[in-house]
Each structure stands twice: as structure tokens, then as C-alpha cells.
Design a protein around this ligand. Sequence first.
Ligand SMILES: Cc1ncc(COP(=O)(O)O)c(C=O)c1O
Length: 423
Amino acid sequence: MAELLAVKGGKPVMAPGTVKPWPPIDDTDRKMVLDSLEGENSHAFGPNCIAFQEEFAAWNGNRHAITTNSGTAALHMGLVGCGCGRGDEVIVPAYSWSSSATCVMQHNCIPVFVDIEFDSMNIAVDKIEAAITPKTKAIIVVHLHGLAADMDRIMAIAAKHGVKVVEDACQAHGAKYKGKKVGTLGHCGAFSFNQNKCLCAGEGGMFVTDDVEILERAKSLWSFGEATSPTETRDYHVYAMGWMYRNNDLTAAWGRAQLKKLDRHLAIQKQNAARLTESIKGVPGLILPTAPAGYEHNWYNYTIRFDMEALGHAHDRRAFRDKIIGAIRAEGLDTGIWQSFILPAMTVFQAKNAYGHRCPWSCAHAESVDYSVDRFPVATKHLETHTGMTYPLRAPNGPEVAELAAKAIGKVMANLDQLEGDY
Ligand SMILES: Cc1ncc(COP(=O)(O)O)c(C=O)c1O
């Protein structure tokens, strides 16, 4: 029986306040943050930072970890760790967070975009080799939305061409590939602890590697270009071009508290995602996210694509997608658009101007690269047909919220005729 959609004046499926906020806070968070606050002379790069590095490295299975003030900082360090510099080309998927690509320009390198695969939403491994040139120095692999990229194939390509691999694991804490955690599969990796991430410390990040040479190079830009960490004896001498990428003690204290609960939070997220999939898998017009055999998704972002061909909206897929999302949101489910632009379409790349004077693309050391948007049809299709959700499937929300989410989506998809035409 047809139900009146909330966007048309019907009763919403989910009442306000149904979805509890992220992240859940308890006495462990309060105590660890307060202890840091009350510590003496230790609020900058303090004891919690050191402990956070050790505990995160142990949790993820890395030999070395350096905590940073963002995932972007950790990515930039990875790039430098891999020896990238002036005019080197770095391969990046055409669909990701902006700084997966802008970190490349931060070291005077040139991003070269590769389209994504529709099913995994990750870099199209088949298209990587065609993008490799004599200038290629590294590949930034993004484990998008918590699903690992096909690392065996990527590492084989990297080895064949002598290039390094930086894992952008900013969304992928705890995701596994063939039993191994992301961040242990490439030459080095970057995690984010920003508000929306599976480990939230407000902001913050972690650079990880098993390779001492990569570690030392990455570290060279982390603390002003000094050679030692602030907890060691410092000579305050700048040996290399440096940034200020260090984490601080309060943030690290909260990160440590959240790390203690991370496995539990990830298990809840996984259960909720499975429940949602189970409840909407038969709904026509939806393309649901999957994790192939051998992959353990962390379900950072549960991303659905609408099958616009089947829905008769291939011609206006973006506009109709926006109508569907509006209707689902009106039912009380916070689902959204993760990105509104594929990376090459963003102004900084189209204008090829990062530092002014069209630098670094105009520099004598740079080869020309083509950022025509029509070279990335899969990323564009994904962009225009997707919606994603995070908090509704996160702890402390349980399967009852996943069920309501399924109901909201199912109700809208069963009544799409109400969205036809202008309203
Ligand atoms: C895939 C990806 N890479 C990099 C980042 C950057 O992380 P941060 O915001 O901590 O700099 C984010 C998130 O913001 C991200 O989602």
C-alpha cells in the first residue's frame, strides 16, 4: 500500500533523536582527558602522545608510528618518506578526500589521477600501469569508506615499476585485506582521528611504517625540520624544510581512550551494516556495498548507489538522486552526499594553480598532465548516483536503528512515483 512520504507531509519513519551521537563517551575518556589536563608542563607533545604511538603501532601491527595533528599531515609525511620531491608524479584515485591529492602538491609533486572501479569504489587497478611514467615515484592508495584496495595487485605493479605505495587509511581503521590490517600492506600509511573517523579524537592522525629509512625521512618534516623529537634533547636547529605536524597531549589522551574501545565500536558497526544490508537487499533500484571474499570492511561509510538506468533516470541521475536523498532525510535518516566533485574537477586542479603562478604544474621540472573530467567516467557515475551514511550505523546505535534506517530507505524506494515531476 502506498504510504505518503514525509517529504510530502507524511509521518517520518525516524523520530528526531533516534540516532545517538558519535563517538560514545564514558568515564575512561573523562579520566584520561582530565589527567592530561592536570598534567604539569606536558600539554604539547607529551607522555600521552608517546603512549598513543606505541599503543596504536601495537594495535595495528606496525613497527613505527608517529602521531600528527591530522591525517593530511601523515599523508604528506608518507610522500616525503617515500622520497617524492620536485616534479615527481604521484598516482591518486580520481575520487577521494581532497587532501589525498593536495598532499602531493605540498611537496612540489604532480598528482596524476586514475579512475575508480565501480564495485569497490577504490582505484581501478587495471588502469594504474597506463598512468605510470618515468616520473612516477609513488601511488597513494585510498581504502575508501573502509574497504581495502586490492593490495596484492597494487604492490606487484609498484614493485615492477620501482615505485612506492602510501596507504591512505584515514577512513579504514581495522579494515583487513587477506587477514592483514590496512596500514601494514604498503610502504607506509596514514590514519585520521578527525570527528567523523572510526577512532575520533576530535582531530589528529598517525603516520605508520615498518621501514626505518622511510620513518626518518618522514620525521624530518614533522617537527619544524628538527632532527629530534621534542621529548629528546633538542638543538632547535632546522636541518630540512619542516612543518609543525605534531599531535598534542590532550588529543592523544582522548585518542588513547577511544583506542581502548575501537574493536568494540568496529564490531557494532559491522553488525549494524550487516543488518541494514539484510533488510534492504531485495529493494529494487539500489546497488548495495559489498566486501569481496578476503576483505574485511570496517563500514566507515555505508555507501549505496541508485541504479538510475533501472529507475528510468539515467538522463537526470544527479537531480533525481538529490530528490531521493531529500526524501530519505525527511524520513529522519541522516544520509548524504560524501563528495560533490570528483578530484580532477576541483578548481585547484582545473586551474593547475597551487602556489600561484600556476606552480607546480608550470615549473620547468613538471611534465604536462591531463585533468579532463571526461577521462574519469566511473568516478563521475559513482559521484552522481551515491549516498552514504556514517553515524546511524555507529556505536552506541544498535540493530534497531539499522532496522529503522532500512525502513526509511525502503519506504522512499517503494514510493518514488511521489518524487516524479516538480514538487
Ligand atoms: C580518505 C581521506 N584521506 C585523508 C583525510 C584527511 O584526514 P584529516 O582530516 O585528518 O586531515 C580524510 C578525512 O578527512 C579522508 O577521508
